[in-house]
Design a protein around this ligand. Structure first.
Ligand code: NAD
Length: 493
């Protein structure tokens, strides 16, 4: 285990780092503005159109703030500011760039409590996840890439390299600040400037990050935040002077972006959807596997691109494992994201709740057997009980489509070959998990599973030193590690 990975947690690995007050007081840690403007050229500016949209708390449906909607003119202004800042940034000595980046990492670390609460408030995820997983990982990514800023000749092994210029970065709502850090940190480390567009349902942490950039006097224009929905994202991706597009989101939108910029010469990375197989062999430590399965699918309400949403279990232990799984699911506490005892928070938006409901209905109609953990769901807000489907076959929609919610589809297998065939029978290829007490079996499986990441006897482990990314329709390009830097430079030879 590396030093960095010790700092990062996985689901249900809770430290009691901060002694959280009950929910109402926890909220007081965050000073919300009633209105948020765009962050362009180091200043908060009103959008040209004068239009604003609301961001709501998915656990209460309360309107948290109004947020500016950027149009093409705003995106153009942000790109112009980024271009100017990038010229000055790249002229700085690498060690000076590193100093700024370390300063940013430290400032975010100092503000972790506020940012974690804000993330849970705006996105619905349990505070113990934003506190113990998201924010530590955000800081780890910022520190890790600050470390690369003056060592790039080493990273690129002496080959001539140059930054690309302005990167347009578009991120989803499931890990808002973490995805912002994954995007911004390598771009700046490699001498680029960025225009980042957060998802429309979770813009607040990126905007507070903008405030931090201002406070630490990061050169104005180096990081620009333009808020809005798909049209803002499309304007950013296809802006003529954006040289690199980094997108994390759904496969559908990834496809649209790819065709919109085809032939433009822009460098592109796509981090898209997934339908990961979590494969449990009969010889696995079953209680440990149960924890891994629970974490694999219920972490962040299942709003996880690499979620272990298909459980493949060896037939001989299927009954025992499913019984243990249901027992463990009965103990999960669903509710207020700001309560430190909550295991499963709110579904991110009404639209996402409808998607989950629709796919769950299809599972029932197609003949799979549904079991939902008995729990009382709050009256207001968007909620879904942790659910498993047994008797699932690969033809069912719930086995093929990304539900992106707390819903697990269980399939069985008899041989390792059958497990591999079923696991790979998907258009996606982002992640997979294997549970077995035999090391040789883990390696045998890892060689055959068609996925960017394969975890053995663990799941959802992230580390900034390890490249992450997909194959097949889960996208291309890597984020993190030395490989992740390649996406932000042009290398000669
Ligand atoms: P989404 O594709 O709907 O939206 C993602 C972002 O793209 C948002 O900011 C959105 O406003 C923007 N957008 C929408 N239409 C656009 C367009 N035409 N052009 C440019 N930008 C546009 O995805 P989502 O619902 O926000 O997120 C969930 C998806 O993200 C899931 O499929 C999940 O698997 C995927 N995801 C992947 C990873 C990964 O690393 N592979 C990580 C997190 C999430």
């Amino acid at each position: 285990m590396t030093e960095a990975s010790k700092t990062t947690g996985s689901l249900f690995e809770f430290g009691s780092k901060w002694d959280y007050a009950p929910a109402p007081e926890a909220r007081d840690w965050v000073k919300l503005q009633s209105r948020y403007e765009l962050f362009i050229g180091g200043k908060f500016v009103a959008p040209h159109s004068g239009r604003y949209f609301q961001t709501v708390s998915p656990s209460t449906e309360e309107v948290l703030a109004e947020v500016a909607e950027a149009d093409e003119a705003d995106v153009d202004a942000a790109v112009a500011a980024a271009e100017e800042a990038q010229r000055a940034w790249v002229a700085l000595r690498p060690s000076e760039r590193a100093k700024y980046m370390f300063r940013l990492a430290r400032a975010v670390q100092e503000r972790s409590r506020e940012l974690a609460i804000l993330e849970s408030l705006d996105g619905g995820k349990p505070i113990k996840e934003s506190r113990d997983v998201d924010l530590p990982l955000v800081c780890a990514h910022l520190f890790y890439h600050a470390g690369w800023a003056d060592k790039l000749d080493l990273a690129f092994q002496g080959r001539a390299w140059r930054p690309l210029g302005v990167a347009g970065q578009i991120i989803p709502w499931n890990f808002p600040l973490l995805m912002a850090a994954w995007k911004i940190a390598p771009a700046l480390a490699c001498g680029n400037a960025v225009v980042l567009k957060p998802a429309e349902t979770t813009p607040l942490t990126a905007l507070h990050l903008a405030r931090i950039c201002q406070e630490i006097e990061l050169p104005p224009g180096l990081v620009n935040i333009v808020t809005g929905a798909g049209t803002t994202g499309a304007a950013l991706a296809s802006h003529a002077r954006v040289k690199k597009v980094a997108f994390t989101g759904s496969t559908d939108v990834g496809r649209k972006i790819q065709s919109a910029i085809a032939g433009s010469g822009k460098k592109l990375t796509l981090e898209l959807g997934g339908k990961a197989a979590n494969v449990v062999f009969g010889d696995a430590a079953l209680d440990q596997a149960v924890e891994g399965i629970i974490g694999g699918i219920f972490f962040n309400q299942g709003h996880v691109c690499c979620a272990g949403s298909r459980l493949l279990v060896e037939e001989s232990v299927a009954e025992e494992l499913i019984a243990k799984l249901k027992d463990r699911m009965r103990t999960l506490r669903v509710g207020d994201p700001l309560d430190k005892n909550t295991d499963v928070g709110a579904i991110n938006s009404k639209a996402q709740l409808e998607t989950i409901r629709g796919l769950v209905r299809s599972g029932e109609e197609e003949g799979a057997e549904r079991w939902s953990a008995p729990c009382e769901l709050p009256g207001k807000g968007f909620w879904f009980s942790p659910t498993i489907f047994t008797g699932v076959t690969n033809t069912h929609r719930i086995a093929r489509e990304e539900i992106f919610g707390p819903v697990l589809s269980v399939l069985t297998f008899r041989t390792a070959e059958e497990a591999v065939e079923k696991a790979n029978n998907t258009m996606y290829g982002l992640s997979a998990g294997v549970w077995t007490s035999k090391g040789s079996k883990s390696f045998w499986m890892a060689q055959r599973l068609r996925a960017g990441v394969v975890w053995a006897n663990t799941f959802n482990k992230f580390d900034p030193t390890a490249p992450f990314g997909g194959i097949k329709e889960s996208g291309f390009g890597r984020e993190g590690g030395r490989h992740g830097l390649n996406a932000y430079v042009e290398i000669e030879g």
